[in-house]
Design a protein around this ligand. Structure first.
Ligand code: CUK
Ligand code: CUA
Ligand code: CA
Length: 650
């Protein structure tokens, strides 16, 4: 596959999008005042009868509750994509919003029997194997997913997602919605927060993502090869930078405390992580012993200069340069690589406001949110702000157990209160006024009960400069009695809230399989996925029926095959016991949605081939006999008849 985008290819979004566009306009018409320039362009082309009542009412009456907008009728398309982390299913889930319908799952870190992830040779090469060919890891735990940026908005190139268990970062190509690279981070454990940069700190012409930052939570020996066991004080956590294109690890920073979530500034100059364990503790009692922890800021340009100047170490087998970001080494602002801004007890979550001015850290064990002004942090690095903690422009009470924060682009923040089971809407500038002494500044705008114990929260376009203040989704960690019981394991509860008005309005909920953590929501126009592959992107493609056949090289046998509904090109093929068999299958069908599957009885083989796609599998033929191969994906009236046979001779 070529690593490029926008090449002319089958793109079937045009036709169905028209249906959805009518719905989209219908919605925007109903929301007087929200129909911005970009949205009104298509209004003249709107011929849908169903759009009329809404448009008429918008003209006559003020905007009212538009809860019904969340109902996407059969045949209509959603107006937003949602990318959800899958949690311990190790995948990325794609939802349509506002309906909340799950459209797709992209396997990344964990095998998947539908697409054959972890079964095909191509996916195994991405996931990583042991010398014997088995997968290196078969479990994962995804928490945070973020997409590549350009000009402060998503550009539709990539998404990245973390695996906390094995400290892996996966990249997903958004032209095909497939994982194309996975990188193992050295020297760290508990890789949790992840965020792409949004610009280059030095070169202003690079106004798009070129780095991805990764925070790790756990402290570990350096290197972790048996030394320093029992010497807990020598264990460290690190912050890691991965190259967005090559996916190589560029550098790491060894720090005091740990990293949890991660945020980046719109100018590319700063990245930050909230730190809940500045105590460097190994047990929770230690981790919550201090009254304040921190939000650590990384000066990206200085770190890269230090790497260039050779001011780094390496650890163990890793060649990755590690610079020193500890407090002791960074007390002089003019040379500091890091800055530790004090934040109350065990903060969780750090989020960048869409105006580019602030990072907000929630208190978790403190009922507060801390608003940090980025210009002041930069002033400190320049020696212009004598006390770093003066970069805190507000620290205000929100409620019990504040975790994550989203934004509506109108100056309001929305923070989950885990213990209060609430979302609190609050005004950032008012909170700053209040903190400065204006006790008349009412910063809390609204509160809404959610069901129950919310963790992550995000709003449409919230993590871009184009936050549009329309939808807010909340991931509730406990659903209790909201759904039919299915045994001891409960579903989680994703709730959708309409935030277009002053008051938040809960519009629907749906169960999700545990347990997604973070997610992003963005306008569907930002993606143009391709819906068939290009056969030329696969070097091993079998391009015609007459290229099919069995090629033997000693005991290595290659079986080349094509699929075209309703048949495989080889009705049977013969190998011998002890052979290492590689099957290469190309789907010659060109029509979108015409996917075939290929499974072999008793050989642990199952995968699909999408139109014009090629995949291969390699396995040992161990038992003599006749083994049916069949198409696992309903493709044709003769789908059940779409078969082949592997004959294994003794
Ligand atoms: S963490 Cu899960 S609720 Cu992994 Cu983003 Cu905050
Ligand atoms: Cu091919 Cu079913
Ligand atoms: Ca702490």
């Amino acid at each position: 596959m070529k690593n490029e985008h926008g090449t002319e290819q089958h793109d079937a979004q045009d036709a169905p999008q028209d249906i959805g566009r009518r719905k989209f306009l219908n919605q925007t018409a109903a929301i007087a005042g929200l129909a911005g320039a970009g949205l009104t362009v298509g209004l003249t082309g709107c011929k849908d009868e169903s759009a009329k009542p809404a448009a008429a009412s918008a003209a006559g009456k003020p905007a009212e509750s538009h809860a019904s907008d969340a109902h996407i009728k059969p045949g209509e398309l959603d107006t937003y994509y949602g990318f959800w982390s899958g949690g311990h299913t190790g995948d990325l889930r794609v939802l349509g919003l506002p309906s909340g319908r799950e459209l797709h799952r992209i396997p990344c870190f964990v095998p998947d029997a539908l697409v054959g992830w972890g079964i095909t040779n191509e996916s195994k090469a991405i996931m990583g194997t042991k010398p014997n060919g088995d997968l290196q890891f078969t479990v994962g735990d995804t928490h945070h997913v973020h997409c590549s940026y350009k000009d402060g908005n998503y550009d539709g190139r990539y998404a990245w997602i973390n695996d906390k268990i094995n400290s892996r970062i996966a990249r997903i190509r958004l032209d095909y919605f497939v994982c194309d690279k996975i990188t193992l981070l050295p020297n760290v454990q508990g890789f949790h927060g992840i965020f792409p940069d949004k610009a280059d700190p030095v070169d202003p012409s690079i106004n798009y993502t070129t780095r991805v930052f990764c925070g790790s939570e756990f402290h570990a020996p350096l290197p972790n090869d048996g030394r320093d066991i029992g010497n807990d004080g020598a264990h460290r956590a690190m912050f890691t930078c991965v190259d967005a294109e090559t996916m190589d690890v560029r550098w790491q920073v060894v720090i005091d405390g740990n990293c949890d979530l991660c945020a980046t500034s719109y100018d590319g100059k700063l990245a930050a992580c909230n730190q809940y364990n500045t105590e460097n503790g190994q047990r929770f009692e230690m981790m919550m012993s201090a009254e304040r922890d921190a939000c650590i800021f990384f000066n990206i340009a200085r770190i890269e200069q230090a790497v260039k100047d050779g001011k780094f170490k390496t650890y163990g087998d890793s060649k990755v340069p590690v610079v020193d970001g500890t407090k002791a080494a960074n007390s002089d602002p003019k040379t500091a690589l890091t800055a530790y801004v004090s934040v109350p007890k065990n903060p969780h979550g750090v989020n960048a406001s869409p105006d580019g001015k602030y990072f907000i850290c929630a208190g978790k064990l403190s009922p507060t949110a801390t608003v940090i002004e980025l210009a002041k942090v930069l002033d400190w690095f320049e020696g212009k702000l004598p006390e770093l903690d003066k970069a805190i422009v507000a620290e205000v009470e929100l409620g019990l157990g504040p975790l994550h924060t989203a934004f509506d682009g109108r100056g309001n923040a929305y923070t989950t209160l885990f213990l209060d089971s609430q979302v609190v809407k609050w005004n950032v500038e008012k909170s700053i006024q209040f903190y400065a002494g204006d006790t008349n500044a009412k910063y809390v705008v609204d509160r809404l009960d959610v069901q129950y114990q919310p963790g992550h929260i995000n709003a449409s376009q919230s993590e871009t400069r184009f936050a549009d203040g329309k939808w807010l989704a909340v991931g509730c960690k406990f659903s209790k009695d909201r759904f039919l019981p299915v045994g001891p394991l409960h579903a989680e509860n994703e709730q959708l809230i309409d935030i277009s008005g002053e008051k938040m309005k809960l519009v629907h909920e749906h169960p999700v399989r545990p347990e997604p953590h973070d997610f992003v929501i963005f306008k569907r126009e930002l993606l143009r996925p391709k819906q068939t592959y290009n056969i030329d992107d696969f070097p091993n493609a079998v391009k015609a029926f007459d290229q099919s056949g069995v090629v033997r090289d000693g005991n290595k046998v290659t079986v080349k095959m094509v699929s075209q509904a309703p048949m495989f090109s080889l009705r049977d093929f013969t190998v011998k016991v002890g052979d290492e068999v590689t099957i290469i299958l190309t789907n010659l069908d060109t029509i979108e949605d015409l996917t075939h599957g290929f499974a072999i009885h008793h050989h642990n083989i199952n995968f699909i081939v999408n139109p014009q796609e090629t995949k291969s599998v390699t396995f040992k033929a161990e038992k003599p006999g006749v083994f049916w191969c069949y198409c696992t994906h309903f493709c044709h009236a003769l789908h059940l008849e779409m078969r082949s046979r592997m004959i294994v001779e003794a």
